[in-house]
Design a protein around this ligand. Sequence first.
Ligand code: MIG
Length: 801
Amino acid sequence: MITNTELEYKGNLYPSNITAYKKEVDKVSFYTENNVTLTITILRDSVLRFRYATEEGFEPDFSYAIDKNATYGFNHLEVKEEETAYILKTAKLVVTINKKDLRVSIADTKGRVINEDELGFHWEESYLYGGNIVKMSKDAQESESYYAMGDKPSQLNLRGKRIENWNTDQYAFGKDHNPLYKAVPFYVGLHHKTAYGIFFDNTFRTHFDFCHERRNVTSFWADGGEMNYYFIYGPKVSEVVQGYTDLTGKPELPPLWTLGFHQCKWSYYPESRVKEVTKKFRDLKIPCDGIYLDIDYMDQFRCFTWNKEYFPDPKRMVDELLEDGFKTIAIIDPGIKIDKDYWVYQQAVENDYFCKRADGPYMKGKVWPGECNFPDFTNPEVRDWWAGLYKELIAEIGVRGIWNDMNEPAVMEVPGKTFPDDVRHNYDGHPCSHRKAHNIYGMQMARATYEGMRKYTFPKRPFVITRAAYSGAQRFTSSWTGDNVATWEHLWIANIQVQRMCMSGMSFTGSDIGGFAEQPSGELFLRWIQLGIFHPFCRVHSSGDHGDQEPWSFDIEVTDITRKFIELRYKLLPYLYTMFWEYMTDGVPMLKSLMYYDQEDQHTHYRNDEFIFGNHILVCPILEPNAKGRRMYLPRGKWYNFWTNDLLSGGKETWVEADIDQVPVFVKEGAIVPNYPVQQYVGEKELKELTLHVYYAEGTEISKVYEDAGDGYDYKKGRYSLRKFRLTGRENQLIIQQFKEGKYETPYKKLKLVLHGLPFNVKSIYLDNAQIPLKDVKMNGDKTMIIPKNFTEIHIIGEQQ
Ligand code: MIG
């Protein structure tokens, strides 16, 4: 066995002095005497790519993360030689490259340093594997904070933490545990009110140290591959996150029903049990859209088969569930049972689709079906084949969502719980070992699944869920945070993880509500529901080796309060869908942590619990037992308490009441929040009107409502409806202007305005410049009025109360 110290046989190596440079259209390369090349590519004025090669030169340029639709184009590029350095300028950034040692400093155009190398790029040669261990170290700036990085279960601000990315099946992980299921080597740095991001696009095991080992240094390194990172300038956190999401890709819209409530368990079987659960939802009038089949629906856990004893006629069952509004989602794992009589196994063997060990045999490992082989999803031909396997499940049986699990990939009863390093992968024509392909395996499985779903569910939209992921997986799939535990600490973790995923380009994420392992108390379950309904993906799941975890599994009070909160989610569906649309079009995260929301306010930099749901709703979960309320930080601005309509001024901590049937929720003044009526499932009711909750403010605020058919691709042909509202409040006046876009005709004709916080009594109303009698808008006191949906301007004039 070779030890680590023996591996560092030459120690760290560093670039020497620059001897030449070359400028191409969008690139500048610098060459050092000891054969190091640094190529800086200008993608945009605010997005630069830094790539380093040592004497062997660059690898072929290939990335699974970067989206082919990413935005390119810059205005300005200038390179100047000075005595000690080269200066590279774009319209937004000034980069200084030190002639002596290739160290880099990045400043804004006013000369303020944003990010600076400490030792900068250095490397160690790897005798064991060949190539280099590539390293980068940066000075931490004064009071610098660090965010994002995927699913890591640590405080939002990562300063002081060390992080590792190596996708791992981490059953019952705990706070600060890593590595976990996902690898998102992207962080946001924030100091002096300025934010930037670094995306280290390297699929090997990566490490990030945020002032943990040395107080003033942040470093990142990888066990192989290239030092290849993107620098994304803000100065706003939102610009960094949107820039990163643009680079690694945005999702398409999911079917609207996927934003409803999902019920899952390991496992619901046989058919009668599935029906019992779905019927209970309808009987108790608790809205639900998704029902899950975990591994026991399969025959001996063989993917793409059915246990006919439990599910004699899957198509009939799936159809019947659908008639009742339930969409069926089925699990598919990567492990293919070694079984000569099993068609999937046979096809894979015939076509040579399984991953192989370095010396030739198939990669063999134990998972649920017993000994398995594993498709190489990094091979495009294998992905095509895998996509095709879904034909029966989706096109014939009518399953509406696919849930990909165990794709870290997980292997049971072996050291490291995954493939050995020597396993070979195609890596889309760049053959490599598992060291390089490990972190990408799950994403490529989800991608193949997505392609299959897209094809066989057409003209409906696909829905995929994955456990493992790498940067860019959001283009294909939603995700959940893996095997958590029914403890209060895990409720805290769920809140952190979903916020962090939102900041990492992967908004469509949720946790197993109630906890996967162990049994929650009714109280914990409820508090988790009260958080979960504000997560983009909202699913109860549990391991099933303990008690039940349906909304009615506790006591009647828990059932009733759970119903109330799930109903709230269904009312907020148009708001959620609009959040998703903004995520899809502009890469705006669906949840915004407080530092994202107001980076100028230092108080937000170490906040964990509060977040903004969409643009206008502030949520702060209750994370402790026996709480009657909690202290929380209200960000600057004025906020209406959602439950009481009290208006509070932010910029301070405050005590908020929240007994077991409430959770602290506030609405930003000036917001217009759309609501649908409660439905038991999406599309149950023909919509008669759209309700708009209008929260008066002095000043101006913009709100949007995006709608379309809720499924299908017509929205891409302009058949959507976008309502943009501008609210302007003055003393004794409230004006709402509407700007409409899109060719979709919403089924309702009327808007119902619910007015909150009006500081005056309504005296007269002008609708599109004509005064109308108050009775025509069906005034209900000063609280609600009904108006035609396509108004342009409503002007409400009041008199002092
Ligand atoms: O080894 O399919 O995280 O959600 O219910 C456990 C059974 C395999 C792990 C997943 C979990 C799922 C379970 N799976």
